[in-house]
Design a protein around this ligand. Structure first.
Ligand code: MRU
Length: 358
């Protein structure tokens, strides 16, 4: 949580309320999600997005579903859980949250009360992890500055992995907020992150709210900035990390990792434990990549001179487009994973040692 904002909360009527992220940065609007169908739709149309936050919404989604099925019991709840679980394919936090909630509720005799309690607990744990990620990441920032004998750090980030994406401080942005608290002079290069522009619209908005010095760059600019020595480190979030340390994150992350490797720039990925998928041994082959509507590539949204938000076509009307939501960065390109438990090398043995469930 930065300042007065949170990505989601239970309102006074005990329904889930969320920020409608589709409207940012032009309008701050919230939405109350009262039904399972509403929650599924909000995840699909990206009213809420970001790996951690869709997991959080999914947990409260099970609570919402439990109110609908109250007298019909656990078996009926399972049907609703499946709808939530299948709403987006790449970020594993979504499936993790649904599975964890359903496991906890297996023997419940009061579905509604228990689901509410477990959803709140799950979210509190995620928030605690985010605070630890902030501290471990800020320690790395201090080390890099010390090694380079510099006082100002330039960090490049891709997409949005702040508090709009993972409660409560985010993942990739959490160390940046913490560094600022420690009095470090931080400047962030914000990749615009086409096609949906989560960097230009959401990360830039978050950083503006928290008064963090930043510059928005076109997605193709990062490599050049690295070549001229203007990037000290890269930090991104992730949507799924395989047991061998391959990282699925927003489309374009892989190209930044390649450029970072070529220029000797440290490339870190900040994640909560819920982002690991221990069932996948080869992220390149096995992580499902979301394919979204071509309209997200062909149209752009913005605000015109009279203050009206409009969507405009930027391509020939009949040209086809393809829209992969994510790519996979192989573990060999990753300097380290910034986790709740400290920095972990992106390889099978270290991940297994630190995180494998018993
Ligand atoms: O498609 P989105 O906006 O839900 O994508 C998820 C992301 O925001 C990023 O990939 C992010 O870096 C990981 S979420 C912590």
């Amino acid at each position: 949580m930065q300042g007065k904002y949170r990505a989601l909360w239970l309102n006074d009527d005990n329904f889930l309320e969320v920020i409608d992220q589709r409207k940012l940065p032009f309008e701050y609007v919230t939405k109350v999600l009262k039904t399972t169908d509403g929650i599924v739709e909000a995840i699909k149309n990206m009213t809420v997005r970001g790996a951690g936050v869709i997991g959080s919404v999914a947990a409260f989604g099970i609570y919402t579903a439990s109110m609908e099925v109250e007298n019909l019991g656990y078996e009926k709840l399972k049907e609703k859980a499946k709808l939530i679980r299948d709403s987006r394919p790449t970020a594993v936090n979504l499936m993790w949250a649904v599975d964890k909630m359903m496991e906890l509720l297996k023997n419940s005799t009061n579905l509604v009360a228990d689901a509410k309690k477990y959803a709140i607990e799950l979210n509190d744990e995620e928030a605690k992890e985010s605070q630890n990620i902030a501290k471990h990441g800020a320690d790395i920032i201090e080390e890099i500055l010390k090694k380079k004998s510099k006082t100002k750090i330039n960090i490049l980030t891709h997409c949005n992995a702040g508090w709009l994406a993972v409660i409560d401080e985010g993942t990739a942005l959490a160390p940046i907020y913490e560094a600022q608290k420690r009095g470090i002079d931080v400047h962030v290069w914000v990749d615009e992150t086409r096609p949906r522009n989560q960097g230009a619209s959401l990360t830039a908005w978050e950083l503006t709210q928290s008064k963090v010095n930043h510059t928005i760059i076109a997605d193709n600019t990062g490599g050049h900035l690295m070549q001229i020595g203007e990037v000290d480190m890269v930090i991104t979030g992730a949507d799924r990390v395989s047991a061998n340390g391959d990282v699925a994150n927003k489309i374009g992350t892989y190209l930044k990792a390649l450029a970072a490797k070529d220029n000797g720039v440290p490339f870190y990925v900040a994640i909560p434990a819920s982002t690991f998928d221990f069932d996948i041994r080869d992220g390149m082959k096995e992580i499902p990549i979301e394919l979204r509507s071509e309209d997200e590539v062909k149209y752009m949204k913005g605000i015109d001179a009279s203050g009206v938000v409009r969507e405009v076509l930027i391509t020939p009307k009949d040209s086809p487009a393809i829209n992969y939501g994510f790519d996979v960065t192989p573990a060999r390109l990753i300097t380290g994973l910034i986790t709740d438990k400290g920095v972990c090398k992106a390889n099978f043995s270290e991940i297994n040692k630190k995180f494998k469930k018993a």
